[in-house]
Design a protein around this ligand. Structure first.
Ligand code: ABU
Length: 393
């Protein structure tokens, strides 16, 4: 069933979402959402090339080796969609915080390296992971994103002051010297055949070395007691090991998929509600993982082909499967990009109410509705959704 935007108060008024005490609490991606961070597009930069990532958009004004601010018309359109989405959430009684952009065009450095630009603060999901009453700052693996945590410190500081039970954690800041990368990786990887790329993904032989723990928060999918960590271009085995030791009361699993360009789990393996997970069929999870879900009575829904298949947005580094990058407002209500009508119809048939959200303009700034948000509070407690073990899971 489609729903138009609902308000919890009389039309034209905004509910007072600030009267409830602030509480950091989120164990999964589907419990009722009460408080969220929504990213910002302002100031985003096409990054200068680095070992971890290269931007090469010759048709869009940024051939390899160039960098600089995203076009101002694109920024304005994305900011409008982000602001509108934040307002939609507020009208539903959800508290919304926003990051504070810094000057992303500036050169940045540590004592061990200098880099010619930062990136932005649209996808907060990449950086922050909420597990229970803890918000964890990820290591990140791009030099252009090493300082991005600064944009979130005002919000994190205010959460820390408002909720005496909040745990504020930061994973070890990585050194990101050349030793952290297979430095010539991007010289050859895209020229490999699909089979060769998939073999590299399967063997986890990608751009990152194991010199130190590295992970993006968006490579972690939370299903209560079970956390699934995708090994990817931005998350290495050591990062997975760090997360496993950091969350000793959870079962933390490393997963791979048949994705030639793995970058974040949230358009590949998407929790929808207890017992239902959306799977991007083009990126098959390993058979053991699928069987683990099935043995625990989970249904695996294969996502339909995205609407954005033929026309990737200008300057976007995300795949069309961003369609599945949705935000649950609760276990019956899903925010989906408004043009992803077929996906909305597919998920409606599973009983979800669909809230269509115009968000296409935000994609080039780092993702969809899930990437653009971090849940700070959802009702609910830690639950075990996988009582039966199978294989290595
Ligand atoms: N940050 C989400 C990107 C997902 C994808 O391109 O598949």
């Amino acid at each position: 069933m489609y729903v138009t935007e609902q308000t919890t108060t009389a039309p034209g008024t905004t509910p007072d979402t600030t009267s409830r005490p602030v509480r950091v609490n989120a164990w999964n991606g589907w419990d009722p959402l009460r408080h969220v961070i929504v990213g910002r597009a302002e100031g985003t930069v096409v990054q200068a090339p680095e070992h971890a990532v290269r931007r090469d958009y010759p048709d869009d004004g940024f051939p390899l080796g160039t960098h600089g601010p995203m076009p101002s018309d694109m920024v304005a359109e994305a900011e409008e969609q982000l602001d509108d989405f934040a307002d939609l959430l507020r009208r539903r009684g959800i508290r919304v915080d926003r990051p504070t952009p810094v000057d992303f065009t500036r050169q940045v450095s540590t004592p061990e390296w200098t880099h010619d630009s930062m990136f932005g603060c649209m996808p907060p999901r990449d950086l922050l992971l909420t597990v229970g009453n803890e918000v964890l700052e990820a290591t990140m693996s791009y030099r252009s994103r090493w300082h991005e945590y600064l944009c979130y410190r005002p919000v994190l500081q205010s959460l820390f002051e408002a909720d005496e039970h909040m745990r504020w954690e930061a994973a070890p800041k990585p050194r990101l010297t050349d030793a952290s990368y297979h430095t010539g990786f991007w010289d050859t990887y895209n020229d490999l055949s699909t089979e060769e790329q998939l073999a590299r993904v399967r063997d986890y032989d990608l751009v990152l070395t194991e010199a130190e723990p590295l992970f993006d928060a968006a490579d972690v999918a939370r299903f209560g007691k079970d956390l699934f960590v995708q090994l990817s271009f931005v998350t290495n085995r050591s990062g997975y090991q760090w997360l496993k030791r950091h969350f000793p009361d959870h079962r933390v699993h490393a997963v791979t998929s048949t994705n030639t360009h793995p970058l974040h789990i949230d358009a590949t393996w998407v929790p929808l509600r207890p017992g239902l997970v959306l799977h991007c069929g083009e990126r098959l999870a390993d058979a053991e993982l699928m069987e683990f879900f099935r043995r625990n009575d989970w249904e695996i829904v294969e996502a339909v082909q995205p609407a954005s298949w033929e026309h990737p947005p200008k300057l976007s580094f995300c795949s069309p499967w961003l369609a599945g990058n949705m935000l649950n407002l609760d276990e019956n209500t899903l925010c989906i990009e408004e043009k992803e009508v077929r996906l909305a119809e597919q998920l409606s048939s599973y009983g979800f109410e669909i809230v269509p959200v115009p968000f296409r303009a935000v994609g080039p700034f780092g993702g969809g509705l899930h990437c653009a948000t971090v849940d700070i509070e959802r009702d609910g407690t830690l639950q075990d959704y996988f009582p039966r073990r199978y294989g290595r899971y």
